[in-house]
Design a protein around this ligand. Structure first.
Ligand code: ADE
Ligand code: ZN
Length: 329
């Protein structure tokens, strides 16, 4: 039986705009601006690990200087979502990667919103914006960002996020607790990268200190049975990105990836791409790879897609409409 994963109605809930910028366009922008490539074109996507990968994001995003360039990147993101058959996406954007916009959050969100609005008018899927802190930021910087978001109250912004490398930052749950508390009080959802560059302790801190509604990755929770039981009891969704975890060195083979053990333990898991342009992957192929590796039936694929929709930060009515479509696949 061949399954059509492009046609499977689903949401993408763990994807970074920084990891979706078209590489040919990035190279063209660098040439236009007279900025040298960090390494030869053919080796641009050779990453030695997460740190090297995050440094590359700093470089690519530094080339986006005008509102039109940012809006075009947002529009292209929506086109990518449409091509993958996602009905909705929550996109993570981390202002620390975008040096020309760090001091103009309102202008940055406005430019992104212009691109997403134009895309929706053209029939492309709706997108919610998760504005992200970097793990290395201070408590004060985190609170400043959240207070700005709370003052802006931009309808495009659905969540506060935190990403980056936990290995470098150490344990930062307590450091960001107040910022995440304020985000919750301002009506924002909370999504937290943990259990990728941290072990189960990072996932526990995401729950205990940051009030996470959803966890990005979270896969290393598998190393702690009590934590797995807690995630299942509380039905905390994990936005899992299997190929990203393989490419960035967490697991050697997909068959060793814990997504299936987490799913079987009752943890709500969805399949996502993280940084598809840089990892050279797409969402339908990620579903296909998982289905092949773990022998998923059509019913299991439908359940995982339904989980992605329940886990997304769209409104309840939109979710009900999307869930009804999954049943017809
Ligand atoms: N930013 C973009 N991709 C990321 C990842 N896999 N982990 C942490 N931060 C990220
Ligand atoms: Zn991520």
């Amino acid at each position: 039986m061949t399954l059509d994963f492009q046609a499977l109605p689903k949401a993408e809930v763990h994807i970074h705009l920084e990891g979706c910028l078209d590489l040919d366009e990035v190279v063209a922008l660098a040439q236009e601006a007279g900025v040298p490539l960090p390494r030869p074109r053919a080796e641009l996507l050779h990453f030695s690990g997460l740190s090297d990968f995050l440094d590359f994001l700093d470089w690519t995003c530094s080339l986006y200087r005008t509102p039109d360039q940012v809006a075009a990147a947002a529009y292209a993101f929506s086109r990518r979502m449409s091509a993958s058959g996602a009905l909705y996406a929550d996109v993570i954007v981390n202002p620390t990667h975008w040096p020309h916009w760090r001091r103009d959050l309102g202008g940055f969100i406005g430019a992104l919103d212009a691109g997403f609005c134009a895309a929706e008018l053209d029939g492309l899927p709706p997108v919610g914006l998760c504005v992200s802190l970097l793990r290395q930021q201070s408590a004060e910087e985190a609170i400043e960002l959240v207070d700005l978001l709370a003052a802006l109250r931009h309808p495009r912004v659905v969540a506060l996020s935190v990403d980056g490398n936990e290995k470098f930052a150490g344990r930062t749950g307590p450091r960001f607790a107040e910022a995440f508390r304020r985000a919750g009080a301002a009506g924002l959802k909370r999504t937290v990268h943990a259990g990728e560059s941290s072990g189960p302790e990072g996932v526990r801190d995401a729950l205990d200190y940051l009030g996470a509604d959803r966890i990005d990755h979270g896969v290393r929770a598998i190393e702690d049975d009590d934590l797995v039981a807690r995630l299942a009891d509380r039905q905390i969704p994990l936005g899992v990105c299997p190929t990203s975890n393989l490419t960035l060195g967490l697991y050697a083979r997909l068959e060793e990836h814990p997504i299936e053990r987490l799913r079987k333990a009752g943890v709500p898991v969805s399949v996502n791409t993280d940084d598809p342009e840089l990892l050279e992957i797409d969402l339908p192929k990620e579903y296909a790879r998982c289905a092949a590796a773990f022998d998923w039936s059509a019913e299991t694929c439908r359940n995982v897609a339904a989980t992605s929709i329940r886990a997304c930060f769209a409104g309840d009515e939109a979710k009900t409409r999307m869930l009804a479509k999954v049943a017809t696949w």
